[in-house]
Design a protein around this ligand. Structure first.
Ligand SMILES: NC(=O)c1ccc[n+]([C@@H]2O[C@H](COP(=O)([O-])OP(=O)(O)OC[C@H]3O[C@@H](n4cnc5c(N)ncnc54)[C@H](O)[C@@H]3O)[C@@H](O)[C@H]2O)c1
Length: 348
């Protein structure tokens, strides 16, 4: 068996470059052998930064390259389905960023193509590799808080929404943009699927968009009930300006586990005017920098050791269902009942 995997990163944008930097030198057992992006500017900038010389403009050509053993799919979400299917059929292992695809049916196709062609499929929920989130999981397993009863998780992002984000029927709004990670975290910690989801949302920070996009919301709260009885609350917001804020709390029968902090560093200044000053976390790119590296290492290890990926296509699909059903709940102003995490009409 080969002891190194040749990797190609497809999509050299914001998230793609995090992966490219990791595969270019911070991950054992692989070589960043090629890059692919139709944007000449992004491709050349990525090549210059990583030193990778084999460059593709069209992902179809990557599939014909016998030297590439694995692809890292970090293109806009609408392309994930076609690329993952083609990669599986070309016998290449796949890491795919979240959201996995646009529909649950596409997720099913992708899972089935990877299974049929015997290639690995790992999904990009990097919080599962974050040291604090992993320690929280370990504390839960050790029973430090007793039996879990209520899991609360928030993600608030600082940036002003891009124009395309206001159309929530196509792009989901914060429930998809920022909370898909919270859905995965709650499923992971609860160890169960969702049976009820009820979400509400409202637009507080972009009043000038209310007329053109009456359904747009920048703040939401989601109540969940899991099949095993555990309760969940997720809150989400965009354009909060003060920084990137991702924290989770597991309330147990006799204790609580708190994960994450708003602080960027464990340093603070107390000034003569009796004010405490500390830096707040600016971005997911900073907060999860080590988690992305550990995630990439886990992907290469599962290929080299022929083990199950730690985050699967099913995890990607189940989080997508919760994004879809959560948005439906917001737009229809009602709770949605699921059958073991799936819409009622998808469970036979
Ligand atoms: N895990 C996370 O926390 C996280 C964070 C950010 C983004 N993402 C996901 O990563 C994906 C990319 O998001 P982004 O923010 O990096 O977007 P981006 O717009 O910054 O980058 C996308 C890149 O893909 C390229 N591209 C477009 N079409 C392509 C194609 N057909 N083939 C190859 N490349 C193509 C673009 O030119 C661009 O360079 C999305 O699915 C997004 O949801 C995940």
């Amino acid at each position: 068996m080969k002891n190194k995997v040749n990797v190609c990163v497809l999509g050299c944008g914001r998230a793609g470059m995090i992966h490219a930097r990791n595969y270019a030198g911070r991950v054992r057992g692989c070589v960043l052998a090629a890059l692919c992006d139709p944007s000449e500017e992004n491709l050349l900038a990525a090549s210059e930064e990583t030193g990778v010389k084999k460059l593709y403009r069209d992902w179809r050509d990557v599939m014909k390259d016998p030297d590439i053993g694995a692809v890292i799919v970090v293109t806009p979400t609408q392309f994930h389905h076609d690329i993952v299917i083609a990669a599986a059929e070309a016998g290449k292992h796949v890491f795919c960023e979240k959201p996995m695809a646009s529909t649950e049916a596409e997720c099913d196709d992708m899972i089935e193509a990877c299974r049929r062609n015997n290639v690995k499929l790992q999904l990009g929920f990097m919080r599962r590799f974050d040291r604090s989130f992993r320690r929280g999981r370990q504390m839960l397993d050790e029973g430090l808080a007793g039996k879990p009863s209520l899991i609360k998780s928030n993600t608030y992002g600082p940036s002003e929404p891009k124009e395309w984000m206001y159309d929530v029927r196509r792009n989901y709004g914060p429930i998809g943009e920022v909370n898909s990670h919270d859905f995965d975290t709650l499923r992971w910690y609860a160890g169960s699927e969702v049976r009820m989801i009820h979400a509400i949302g409202s637009n507080f920070r972009s009043p000038e968009k209310k007329q053109e996009y009456p359904e747009y919301y920048d703040t939401c709260t989601v109540m969940l009930e899991f099949e095993n009885g555990i309760l969940g609350v997720i809150t989400g917001a965009q354009y909060v300006q003060y920084g990137y804020d991702a924290r989770t709390e597991i309330l147990g029968t006799n204790g609580i586990i708190k994960i994450g902090s708003q602080r960027a560093e464990a340093a603070e200044a107390v000034t003569a005017d009796r004010v405490i000053r500390a830096d707040s976390m600016d971005s997911w790119r900073t907060l999860f920098i080590e988690a992305y590296q550990a995630e990439a290492q886990a992907f290469i290890d599962c290929i080299l050791n022929d083990t199950e990926p730690p985050v699967t296509g099913t995890d990607g699909k189940m989080a997508l269902v919760l994004v879809h059903e959560g948005l439906r709940s917001i737009l229809e102003h009602r709770p949605i009942y699921l059958n073991n995490g799936l819409p009622e009409d998808n469970t036979e």
